[in-house]
Design a binder for this molecule. Structure first.
Ligand SMILES: [Zn+2]
Length: 281
């Protein structure tokens, strides 16, 4: 599933291509439309066709296409969504479900094997941020806010990091990587992290996402960048899907457990389980 680094890579690829371009048409596979757009195709077309894209921003895992009318189209890739830049005459993408046709002979092609992705029209781009916590690569992510997000929580620290209302942009891959980097057991109650561990985790969240962006995202399964090419970060992960292999730091075998319903990878030596003071979450 694309997380912040993957969506940011797509944004950086597409922004210089789409800004200043006018939308000439919108096509969506009828079977995908209800889930994808939640409005009739005519409504989508009347909102988008003729509009110029003035910016392409990102909030959490959302791509935000800002329009010259002040509204925005917000795309979320969910499990298997892809958005790639193509010449209008190019062959249909595998699992293509829709396209935004731009004046001048290019399309944004939307492909989505599992069809969980969404396009939503919003009155303005700021609406997207309303339900999202600060993101670790942004200026709003401060130690004070991070401490407040964890404070008093009996849920596993992994669950809190995955909760987009508390911290936005992290998903399963980068949460496992951040917890490993900070030396924290993923099942530990979030509210029981001490000040030193909290600081290590705060810094680790930012560091793993920045590395992911530098490596143009992680392509374990479906993610591709704005040109349809795979990222490289899967070659640099320390624990994610490395269970059964030795830890790069200590040589101990990486383990896989289930935390908060998600497959979770960690080194039992670098990230030792600590006795909880309260009832185990
Ligand atoms: Zn280790």
């Amino acid at each position: 599933m694309p997380e912040l680094p993957e969506v940011e890579t797509i944004r950086r690829d597409l922004k210089p291509l789409v800004v200043g371009r006018r939308i000439a048409g919108v096509e969506v596979d009828p079977a995908t439309l209800p889930r994808l757009a939640a409005v009739p195709l005519e409504e989508l077309r009347s909102a988008l066709v003729g509009r110029e894209i003035t910016s392409l921003e990102r909030r959490g895992k959302h791509l935000v296409f800002e329009l010259d009318c002040g509204r925005a189209l917000v795309a979320h890739l969910r499990m298997t969504g892809r958005m790639v830049w193509r010449e209008s005459g190019a062959a249909t993408e595998p699992y293509e479900r829709g396209r935004i046709v731009l004046e001048g002979g290019n399309d944004l092609r939307w492909a989505d094997l599992r069809k969980f992705g969404t396009w939503r029209l919003v009155t303005n781009a700021q609406e997207v941020a309303a339900n999202l916590g600060p993101e670790p690569v942004g200026p709003d992510f401060t130690m004070a806010r991070f401490r407040a997000a964890l404070a008093g929580r009996r849920a596993p620290v992994k669950a809190v990091l995955l909760d987009q209302r508390r911290v936005s942009g992290l998903g399963n891959i980068y949460v496992d990587e951040a917890l490993h980097r900070a030396g924290i057991w993923p099942g530990q109650a979030a509210g029981e992290l001490g000040p030193a561990a909290t600081k290590r985790l705060f810094e680790a969240c930012r560091a793993v996402l920045e590395e992911g962006i530098a490596n143009r995202g992680t392509s374990f399964s479906d993610y591709v960048d704005g040109q349809g090419k795979e990222g490289k970060h899967q070659m640099y992960v320390k624990v994610f899907r490395r269970h059964g292999k030795p830890c790069y730091t200590c040589g101990t075998t990486i383990e896989r457990i289930v935390v908060t319903g998600r497959g979770t990878h960690f080194c039992p030596r670098c990230q030792p389980e600590r006795k909880s003071r309260g009832k185990r979450a």
